[in-house]
Design a protein around this ligand. Structure first.
Ligand code: ADQ
Length: 496
């Protein structure tokens, strides 16, 4: 896919140039699966991979993460990982983890503690001390692997809540390293963060980096408020772009960088003849005037049950939508080993069954539900075909689906209905219809408004959205983050 980034920039540095980019994330950007006697590599899914893979493909560098297989299998796969760089501009380095370690650190601490807590859903948290022990051990292991791969001049960029603690090991092992961290999910306010038994340790972990990036101003404000409440010896100084924290004799910049997408690549794909034909075919097959679309990872934060309740309400209160409205709801399988996810899937499937059972008629089904990942061109065709996109997160760091939808709206016919609790709302509030997903009546009313919106208003709103998505693209996000990383580790001047 082509990018929309014109000029030479940090995200385009030549491979091998000083300042190699080392990306560190929980998973490598590939799924490794056994195929006969050998191994197969498939592209990974999810927001982080979608955002960063094209950046490393352009810039070159190294990606460090867990390959999703046992240490024994990794021994077999390692030589093939080296081959990966033959077809790509970047290298892969695998962190070995046993299934048990991954279960406790990832399913446990990351996804039963940090994920629900940071999305304000503390009642879903299970604060198990063993999870915390495993989290620390695994973060140290990651830190050791990164330290071993580190070369002078490298710029290390650690991603997301799973790996908050990696910076501390790295800082100890390679004191001069340039370390950046980006939190893809929200940061909670102090009254919620207070529940975390390891709240000081998590804050201290974040302060081992030179730059800590958040998605929105709200997240940065929450982080600063948590520091004031729980780590008062680390004062927050400055305002705006110069805001920083003084800790352990160092200065740590704290900034926000709303993540974007490769908008040009999405709009080019959506504009291609094959995707146009597929979109037309989808509309003809579904045969309704109002085609709504939902695209979500299986996750209780995405608010899918609220969306379905609103559709149920729309169809019962306004019978004129029967035969004339269909929601295509895609859900990509995710974290099924974490308690609560299977339950979320069952809840959604029960609702879909009930709603279809109550309203379907021969030749028309109100909800088409697909529980699987779909290829990028099929996704683009759905985005292009849909009259309305429903992004109803209860809380979301950003929500790339909302942006992808706008980029693919070649005919500018579509209306984005977006949760006010998604980070994306800060950027897209002028063109989207903002909703509170907990307000089922209000959400049903906004879906109705979206379906009734005149063509000219749709075009104007979508043009505004597309301008934002096209200018705040993922390469700009990378450039802004890398440019904000102080040139020398902990450099006091860089934070001023
Ligand atoms: P996610 O929680 O994964 O990301 P989101 O930003 O919406 O959420 O990204 C999901 C990605 O998965 C999109 O690129 C979408 O196209 C893809 N996807 C979803 N369903 C799919 C399906 N059925 N088939 C194929 N692809 C599918 C986390 C945070 C977000 C933040 C991102 C990036 O939770 O808030 O926006 O990281 O920082």
């Amino acid at each position: 896919m082509r990018s929309n980034h014109g000029s030479a920039s940090a995200s385009e540095a030549a491979p091998g140039a000083a300042g190699r980019l080392v990306v560190v994330s929980n998973r490598l950007p590939v799924v490794v699966a056994r195929e006969g006697d050998g191994w197969r590599f498939e592209p990974g899914s999810g927001g982080l991979v979608t955002a960063l893979e094209p950046v490393l493909e352009r810039r070159g560098g190294l990606w460090i993460g867990w390959p999703g297989i046992s240490p024994e299998a990794l021994a077999e796969v390692r030589p093939h990982l080296a081959d990966f760089a033959a077809d790509h501009r970047f290298h892969l380095e695998a962190v070995p983890l046993t299934e048990r370690e991954h279960e406790l650190y990832y399913a446990g601490f990351a996804n039963e503690v940090l994920w629900p807590l940071f999305h304000d859903l503390q009642t879903r948290c299970t604060f198990v001390p063993d999870y915390w022990e495993a989290f620390q051990a695994v973060n140290r292991r990651f830190g050791e692997v990164v330290a071993a791969a580190w070369r002078p001049g490298d710029l290390v960029w650690v991603h997301d809540y799973h790996l908050i603690g990696v910076g501390e090991t790295l800082r100890a092992r390679v004191p001069g390293a340039r370390l950046g961290f980006f939190l893809h999910i929200p940061f909670p306010p102090p009254d919620i963060f207070a529940k975390l038994p390891w709240r000081r340790e998590i804050l201290e972990g974040l302060l081992a980096y030179d730059l800590v990036g958040f998605q929105t101003g709200r997240d940065r404000r929450n982080f600063a408020a948590c520091l004031r409440a729980f780590l008062p010896e680390a004062p927050v100084r400055g305002r705006g772009r110069s805001q920083h924290v003084v800790h352990a004799g160092r200065q740590v910049r704290i900034l926000y960088f709303p993540i974007g997408i490769d908008a040009r690549a999405f709009s080019d794909l959506a504009g291609s003849a094959s995707v146009a034909a597929r979109a037309a075919q989808l509309r003809a097959d579904l045969g309704v005037e109002n085609l709504a679309l939902g695209v979500d990872r299986l996750d209780y934060t995405k608010g899918v049950p609220f969306k379905l309740e609103a559709v149920r309400r729309l169809l019962s209160e306004r019978p004129e939508y029967r035969q004339r409205f269909t929601l295509v709801q895609l859900m990509v399988p995710s974290r099924e080993e974490v308690p609560g996810y299977q339950q979320q899937k069952e809840e959604v499937e029960r609702q879909v069954g009930e709603i279809n059972g109550a309203f379907a008629e021969p030749g028309w089904v109100p909800i088409q539900y697909l529980f699987r990942s779909v290829p990028r061109d099929e996704l683009a065709a759905l985005y292009r075909a849909a009259d309305v996109c429903l992004a109803t997160s209860l809380k979301d760091g950003m929500n790339l689906v909302a942006k992808e939808y706008c980029a693919c709206q070649v005919e500018r016919r579509g209306v984005l209905v977006l949760s006010e609790f998604a980070g994306a709302a800060g950027q897209l509030e002028r063109g989207a219809l903002l909703i509170n997903p907990y307000d089922i009546v209000g959400l049903a009313a906004r879906i109705h408004d979206a379906c009734q919106m005149p063509a000219e208003e749709r075009r104007l709103r979508m043009s505004m959205l597309q301008r934002n998505v096209a200018s705040e693209h993922v390469y700009r996000w990378v450039d802004d983050f890398l440019a904000a990383l102080p040139a020398a580790a902990g450099a006091a001047s860089g934070a001023g």
